[in-house]
Design a protein. Sequence first.
Length: 169
Amino acid sequence: MAFFDMSIITKIRRNHGLEHATIHILSQRHKNLSVVGHSNWSGFTLYGQLDTAEVESAAAEALRRLRQGQAELAVHPRCGTVLATTGLLTGLAAFLAMGLDGGSRTRFRWASFPAAVMAATFAAIVAQPVGLFLQKEYTTSGDPGNLEIKHVRLNPNGRVITHRVETSQ
């Protein structure tokens, strides 16, 4: 797809992959890690109680391991891609189950509610592998290419601690 080959999209996908790989490394080091990330074309930001030196070390290790071919580190099961896929598929499944009830045209069809719950549950189960596939193929890249970490800086922003990992490509 030409869209995914655009320079800015490639940069975002590589940074998103590095973000996930960094979170994987941090999660291996800290079993109860609670962190959220956000990537863009110039790097990524991690939100959570983290030590700056630890983020820097984890990002460097993540980049090294991606370069060594550990592309699976670029995919994370708690990514927003999986969450969005789950929301879309469960909502669509419930909507279709409610709409396909051949019964009355009442505002809310209580009789179709169990079918909607079942359809949404099935969709949620299917959404996990679909979301992981979409991540791997479209929203992240396990190939860092010429990605380099420029610097890692702490942004103490009130009650929320963030670390910005700036990259260049």
